[in-house]
Design a protein around this ligand. Structure first.
Ligand SMILES: [Zn+2]
Length: 259
């Protein structure tokens, strides 16, 4: 069914950060990063990039986990589709075809070293009108790192995307949903806004396409941010699920928006 059962979404929102953190902590426990086949160990370091312009965005206390209210689509339900752990030469182009077919855009949280290995894929995302955010350099668990290493993980990914596209990214997602005060402080210093999700079909957990699709359709509501993956493992089920649930959501009146 399309709508979250009555009241449960309110309950979810009321629980706020607590619910989010417990859900996020489960993201990809068995997927430490991109598969070796997608990121050669000899990946060259990112070339000297243009540094993003520092901004004075406030330090977040929790990531954004739903789409901000907007008057861009009055009377319509809106949903944001996000894809993590790419780019991947096998799956990202397939996802792009689906998005193009349905004339919708999505937000890709890319891993820096994968972006460095596949700059053409990053440019194809931007050329197609999608938004590229970052997801650290090496899919690191940031809670286990020093502030200096957190800074390096975020900075290398941001600089790689900036050098590849000519535009500094401004959206960030922590691997495994593992944000911390240090992560928020470093993100603010680099002008990065942290984006979480409220719909997790667990496509990182060997779920079937049918399961991924039904979970998205069961959990989604107005202003949802949907978490899926276009890298970091076999994403064939995710690609297949997108072919099903994207047109179902469109037929149900949803507009796809940015985060
Ligand atoms: Zn990830």
């Amino acid at each position: 069914m399309m709508q979250r059962p009555g009241g449960s979404r309110r309950a979810f929102l009321a629980l706020g950060g607590l619910t989010l953190l417990s859900a996020c902590a489960a993201e990809q426990p068995q997927v430490p990063g991109p598969s070796p086949s997608t990121v050669p160990p000899s990946s060259p370091p990112a070339p000297p990039p243009p540094s993003p312009t520092p901004t004075s965005i406030p330090v977040q206390r929790k990531p954004r986990y739903v789409v901000p209210a907007s008057s861009a689509h009055p009377g319509s339900k809106v949903v944001a589709l996000t894809l993590d752990d790419g780019p991947d030469p096998s799956y990202t182009p397939e996802v792009l075809k689906i998005l193009h077919k349905h004339h919708i855009s999505a937000t890709f949280f890319v891993i820096g070293q994968s972006a460095a290995a596949h700059p053409g894929l990053i440019r194809s995302l931007v050329d197609a009108g999608h938004t590229v955010g970052t997801h650290t350099w090496s899919h690191a668990n940031l809670r286990k790192l020093s502030a200096a290493k957190v800074r390096t993980e975020i900075r290398r990914a941001v600089d790689t995307v900036a050098a590849t596209t000519g535009r500094a990214p401004s959206l960030f997602r922590a691997p495994y949903g593992n944000w911390s005060r240090t992560v928020f402080q470093e993100c603010a210093a680099m002008g990065q806004t942290s984006i979480a999700w409220d719909v997790d079909p667990r496509d990182w957990d060997d779920a079937s396409a049918a399961h991924i699709s039904s979970e998205v359709l069961d959990q989604v509501g107005n202003r949802s941010i949907v978490l899926t993956h276009d890298g970091g493992g076999d994403r064939s089920p995710t690609v297949q699920a997108l072919r099903h649930f994207v047109p179902v959501l469109l037929d149900s009146g949803y507009k796809f928006v940015g985060v």
